[in-house]
Design a protein around this ligand. Structure first.
Ligand SMILES: Cc1ncc(COP(=O)(O)O)c(C=O)c1O
Length: 383
């Protein structure tokens, strides 16, 4: 009856089962996996955000395959603020970054083709490739510095249609540095693959003077950059994201022609969000200020609370909303997370959730409110 691509393993592991059973019993859980910014008590200029939706133009359906030009110009302005020139004609609006991936996979790859993804990274990618009948091929990010292993890319001999980079990466917080980009560009040129760069966390660096470079200016290969409001404004519910197409002119022209048909088939971005985008983007610095403050303060709290505790090593990171802690090799990460939840009702993600292949890790969200965050840390420091 059902497609084999949906033959997922539905049974939950014991950590998830425990979490669900505690929830069912209404037990209070300190959730250090929180990733939904709208539930973290951040300041949102409510009046401006809501007022922007009260627009009589929302009563008119004005479909456009790439999204409304007025909204694409605002996205172009977002990059201009960062010093990049992006032609609004090279921007496609989508309802989410995940949908952006879907459009690009339909554009670039046939069933069975390979897509390279960084590992560790965000677990969404596995399902996205499955849903598109593609093969996910992980490439390792090596700590120290989360650098790329050039030999992995030198050994590529075709078959891959795209190399995905995540900048900054979730959860490692690493940037695509110039050296990394060189390796990816060389590999893509050699095997005629495209680059898909997921930049949803682009605005979030831990230091003001160390920001990631966007790949919207990468001309060497056909490059698609993904961004969106889910992180840029901390508003995933508004369902507005984008793809920027860039690279050699001939390929960009061809990609846009094809992508337009895909986007036109769905016309998935709602008109009210597009009309509100200009006003919402004006709230960006106010919203981000609060998120920055929280994330940076929590990171410092985490650093100071684990200093002197030789059970945890905080791995270097440059941006994003997460911190990765390494546990001693003798500690089983799942057992650690399970006991922490069972005994102290504190929920953290084990490294395998993000496809850490070596060592023992836990991943902590830096979004939770101060009191809850500190309580959670105290609990796991004494575990
Ligand atoms: C790296 C990364 N890419 C994409 C997404 C999904 O973003 P969206 O809500 O725009 O689909 C997430 C969500 O957390 C993410 O961490």
């Amino acid at each position: 009856m059902f497609a084999t691509r949906t033959n997922w393993e539905f049974s939950s592991n014991r950590l998830v089962l425990l979490h669900d059973s505690l929830k069912k019993k209404n037990e209070e859980i300190i959730d250090l996996t929180q990733s939904n910014p709208t539930e973290c008590g951040f300041y949102y200029p409510e009046e401006e955000i809501v007022k922007a939706l009260s627009n009589s133009s929302n009563l008119v359906y004005s479909p456009s395959s790439k999204g409304m030009l007025s909204a694409r110009k605002i996205v172009s302005g977002y990059y201009k603020d960062k010093g990049y020139e992006v032609d609004p004609e090279n921007i496609f609006l989508t309802s989410s970054t995940s949908e952006g991936y879907l459009f690009l996979f339909r554009l670039l790859a046939d069933p069975g083709d390979k897509i390279l993804f960084p590992s560790p990274s965000y677990p969404l990618f596995e399902v996205l490739t499955q849903l598109n009948d593609l093969e996910l091929v992980p490439y390792p990010l090596k700590y120290d510095q989360w650098s790329l292993d050039k030999t992995v890319f030198d050994e590529l001999s075709g078959g891959a249609k795209a190399i995905v980079a995540v900048n900054p990466n979730n959860p490692t917080g690493s940037f695509v540095e110039d050296d990394d980009l060189q390796i990816i560009n060389d590999a893509c040129s050699k095997i005629e693959a495209s680059i898909i760069c997921d930049e949803v966390f682009l605005d979030y660096s831990f230091e003001d003077n160390a920001k990631p470079n966007s790949l919207v200016g990468n001309k060497m290969n056909l490059t698609f950059v993904l961004g969106g409001l889910s992180k840029a404004l901390g508003m995933p519910q508004m369902k507005l994201a984008w793809i920027v197409v860039n690279g050699p002119d001939r390929l960009v022209k061809e990609a846009k022609k094809r992508l337009e048909i895909i986007a036109d088939t769905f016309l998935s971005v709602n008109i009210p969000s597009q009309n509100a985008l200009e006003k919402w983007m004006q709230c960006r610095s106010v919203i981000q200020k609060d998120i920055f403050k929280r994330v940076r303060e929590n990171k410092e709290t985490l650093r100071s609370m684990i200093s002197g505790n030789n059970k945890f090593k905080m791995l270097d990171a440059k941006g994003g909303w997460y911190s990765v802690l390494r546990l001693p090799g003798s500690v089983d990460e799942e057992e650690f997370c399970y006991e922490l939840l069972r005994e102290k009702k504190v929920f953290v993600h084990p490294g395998y959730f993000f496809d850490f292949s070596e060592g023992s890790h836990i991943v902590v969200s830096l979004l939770p409110q101060k009191r809850m965050f500190e309580e959670g840390l105290k609990a796991f420091c004494s575990q």
